[in-house]
Design a protein around this ligand. Structure first.
Ligand code: GDP
Ligand code: MN
Length: 396
């Protein structure tokens, strides 16, 4: 699924895993980045915190802006910990209910810097950024306060860019950005990251630094060559259901609206997003995002079975739209797999609108018609969407 979460927005990267702060800190902490000592917690399972306080209690959701949403809270004593945990766990931040917390030792009296590496998909280069004015207002900073250089994704180029952006900062900030930046450059290259941001990177009066917040996204396509990340996902499976689902099933399905009415069986991440936008603009309620990757099904209906089974879990589901625009996929073969999947599923309690366009479309429609399953076939996208709004009129 395409997502975006740099502090500066506007970057979309396909197939990326948004790590939670706790996991990013564990990963980078093990690679020499100094981070506050901390533990993972939930409202009903509060482990012994490290240190004597004060602590900071932090919502673990894969989006920025937690501070402004009330998801980050500094507390002075143990009594305050549970209270803060209860309050934060009651929040939903940008659509993500808070299920986990990180409780860590607070960093008092420090300046907030920013250093980040963000993939620029337009150029396949890395934007290396630093600022002496980090923190929650980073987006509002004057352009001149943020120093940027574009680098190739190799150590020499990244290190040179980092030295240039650090060189624009006051001496203590420059040293902190250089040292912390070197760790994130190494981690970027080792772990196939697409984004790493330290914001704030705390700078103390004595010149020492510690990463107050870490955001890290990694390339999902790199998982097969990243045993460390694979182990992390397995350990923390409940925290990364979407990534685990995609890895284990070979396709992507994300519920975008649990109350949604139209289940989608679609291929192509971009096309699926467009379809969701189009439906929403027309007042319809799509249930899920989907990228079935029809090109990789290899004669096996398992993905279709799993896809349809998942969307049927939607309590308000009224209709399923199968929308495949085929380049490589032979649609006759796809139609055969769809019928096999429906056989395997038995009774499907909602109508299916099927739009198959491209290579082998006529053969596909003939196969589906001959099945006698009452599938609603429509090649025109507009009309197919209208049929999803009122599938019962299809026979008229
Ligand atoms: P974000 O809003 O999701 O980026 O969450 P952050 O972890 O960056 O926290 C937001 C803000 O909370 C930071 O910019 C700090 O101002 C404040 N904050 C977070 N941790 C600490 C801490 O240990 N000590 C202090 N004094 N402030 C903190
Ligand atoms: Mn932050």
């Amino acid at each position: 699924m395409q997502r975006c979460r740099s502090a500066f927005g506007s970057i979309t990267v396909e197939a990326t895993i948004l790590l939670l702060e706790h996991d990013a800190k564990m990963l980078l902490g093990a690679r020499g980045l100094t981070v506050p000592e901390g533990v993972l917690a939930a409202a009903d399972t509060m482990p012994e915190p490290t240190g004597d306080g004060p602590w900071v209690v932090k919502a673990q959701v894969p989006v920025g802006g937690r501070g402004k949403a009330g998801g980050v809270c500094v507390v002075q004593d143990r009594a305050g910990l549970q209270e803060a945990a209860d309050a934060i766990c009651a929040l939903t931040i940008k659509g993500f209910p808070v299920r986990e917390l990180r409780i860590e030792e607070a960093v008092p009296d420090a300046t907030e810097l920013y250093v980040g590496l963000v993939l620029d998909p337009a150029t396949a280069e890395v934007v290396v950024m630093a600022s002496a004015e980090g923190g929650v207002e980073i987006e509002a900073q004057a352009e001149t306060a943020i120093h940027r250089r574009w680098a190739r994704p190799d150590e020499a180029s990244l290190t040179a860019a980092l030295a240039e952006v650090a060189g624009a900062l006051p001496p203590n900030a420059a040293r902190a950005v250089t040292e912390a930046g070197a760790r994130i450059v190494a981690a970027w290259l080792d772990l196939d990251a697409t984004l790493i941001e330290l914001n704030p990177l705390f700078l103390r009066a004595d010149g020492s630094w510690i990463a107050g917040d870490v955001r890290m996204d990694v390339d999902e396509g790199a998982l097969p060559r990243q045993p460390g990340l694979t182990a992390l996902l397995d350990d923390r499976a409940a925290a990364y259901p979407e990534a685990i689902f995609k890895r284990d099933n070979g396709f992507d399905l994300v519920v975008v609206d649990p109350e949604g009415e139209i289940g989608l069986v679609t291929t192509g991440a971009g096309l699926s997003m467009q379809l969701i936008d189009e439906m929403t603009a027309r007042g319809l309620k799509p249930y899920n995002f989907c990228d079935i990757r029809s090109g990789g099904m290899r004669g096996d209906p398992a993905r279709l079975v799993e896809n349809i089974r998942r969307v049927l879990e939607g309590p308000n589901l009224k209709c399923i739209l199968v929308n495949i625009f085929a380049g490589i996929t032979e649609l006759g073969e796809f139609a055969g797999l769809l019928l096999k999947a429906l056989d395997e599923l038995g009774e499907v309690p909602v109508p299916l609108v099927v739009r198959l366009v491209g290579n082998g479309q006529d053969r596909a429609d003939a196969i589906l018609r001959a099945s006698g399953r009452g599938l609603i076939l429509e090649r025109d996208l507009d009309r197919a969407i209208s049929l999803c709004a009122a599938p019962e009129v299809a026979d008229a």
